[in-house]
Design a protein around this ligand. Structure first.
Ligand code: GUN
Length: 434
């Protein structure tokens, strides 16, 4: 498919999905003309072509330049998304464009200042929903965390590549595993693979089950001071003889990419900038990617863990986009949980009990986010078990408007957010504004 085809298809899709947003481009002949000119410049895959186009627009309409700048940012965001879909080199052209522009004569006018890459990044984020809508227009019911996470990692790699070349430093994540819990083994393997995909260097530290507390303390303290390590992840659960709270407390809040340190948890509650813990962060991002509004919705969170239930309840109740919800937090001691879940527009199931949320516990058309990862006996398959969520997926699927599968829903999103947080830590430690 060439760019023109994608452009036409996207306009058509946007008209259906988000009629207001692109109506303006479609209806406004001058804007549409500029859009097409931009496409032509882009096809040349040259920063100069885009640059000279800006010049032309600026010279022709100096009075309208403020509006054109806004338009230009829209276009760049739009086309970065499109190029991601089409897998075109234009992504590189965009990068080049942003770099070249720093030297350009109307640099001061066009607002792309040095280091202002975040607009570009936000644009990818904002437009991801169009990319996803394009690909999932037929089936938006299954919220494909694997796909959204892959997109996030791909975009992160672009950002990290650029930062690495500017800073001449590689982001680093230290992963500590004590004991040999098979689930933890498998999680850290996947985290390592995500590091490889994004260009983050991973450092692995393994200890036997009977590790002494002092050895773990010593390692954490040395990693806190290690310049090559931007983020530290202590894989939970720890062996029984170690106190998890005490160990998590030792990790420097500046390197706490899990978002588990009390300082960071407190900041999250106050809605201050911090490392958001990865699972709740991933849930918010998948809702955002599929454009599922939480504003004014009744959201029932089932489970009150420190890692998921408490932070997601807080995040979804906060002010802001993909928040502003009315949240009820249920848990194992709630009497008659289904009384609450039946009223929910959105359910976040994080109670750690397989297939806990049944069809008769939900309202028709609810959105279901399933955080559970449980082993359930299944003698029909050679390994004797399968992985099931906290939701009775097979029996509920016809009643929901959207649902995250297990596996392939929240899990990959959680890991992607770990990479996002590690990149943030790397930027903060190298004083790049985020
Ligand atoms: N164990 C299960 N999930 C997690 C996680 O997100 N972070 C850490 N550190 N341990 C875990």
């Amino acid at each position: 498919m060439d760019l023109k085809e994608i452009f036409d298809k996207q306009i058509e899709l946007n008209e259906r999905i988000n009629p207001d947003l692109y109506k303006e481009i479609h209806d406004n002949a001058i804007r549409r003309q500029r859009f097409l000119e931009f496409e032509l410049a882009l096809r040349q895959e040259s920063a100069e072509a885009i640059d000279s186009l800006n010049w032309k627009w600026w010279k022709n309409s100096p009075d309208d330049w403020e509006n054109i700048k806004v338009e230009l940012v829209d276009m760049l965001h739009f086309w970065v998304s499109m190029c991601t879909v089409a897998d075109l080199n234009a992504k590189d052209v965009m990068n080049l464009y942003f770099k070249k522009n720093e030297l350009n004569h109307h640099r001061q006018n066009n607002g792309y200042k040095e280091g202002n890459y975040d607009k570009y990044k936000d644009g990818i984020e904002d437009n991801k929903k169009y990319v996803l809508n394009k690909e999932t227009a037929i089936d938006k019911k299954i919220l494909d965390g694997k796909k959204v996470a892959a997109e996030i990692l791909e975009n992160l790699k672009i950002e990290i590549d650029d930062l690495k070349s500017r800073l001449q430093k590689t982001p680093g994540l230290a992963v500590i595993l004590a004991g040999n819990n098979p689930a933890s083994e498998s999680y850290i393997k996947m985290k390592k693979s995500d590091c490889e995909k994004t260009g983050i260097k991973s450092f692995e530290y393994r200890f036997p089950e009977n590790i002494q507390e002092k050895d773990l303390i010593e390692l954490i303290e040395s990693l806190n001071n290690d310049q090559n390590v931007n983020g530290i992840l202590l894989q939970l659960p720890l062996p029984d003889h170690l106190n998890e709270d005490k160990m998590l407390n030792l990790i420097s809040p500046a390197k706490d990419v899990d978002g588990f340190h009390p300082t960071n948890v407190g900041k999250l509650l106050l809605d201050l900038p911090t490392f958001k813990s990865c699972t709740p962060y991933g849930i918010c991002e998948i809702l955002k990617a599929y454009n599922i509004s939480t504003e004014g919705k009744h959201i029932v969170v089932v489970g009150r863990s420190n890692i998921v239930g408490k932070p997601i309840a807080s995040m979804l109740a906060q002010k802001g986009p993909y928040a502003n919800g009315t949240v009820t937090l249920c848990h194992s001691r709630t009497t008659n949980i289904s009384e609450y879940t039946k009223q929910a527009d959105i359910i976040v199931a994080a109670i750690g009990k397989p297939l806990f949320i049944k069809k008769d516990m939900i309202k028709k058309g609810a959105v279901i986010i399933d955080v559970g990862i449980n082993k359930v006996e299944d003698r029909s398959i050679p390994r004797g078990y399968r992985i099931a969520g906290d939701v009775d997926y097979d029996n509920i699927i016809d009643s929901v408007s959207a649902i995250t599968p297990v596996p392939g829903g929240v899990g990959p999103m959680t890991r992607a957010m770990l990479m996002v947080n590690t990149t943030l830590a790397y930027k903060q430690q190298n004083i790049i504004s985020s």
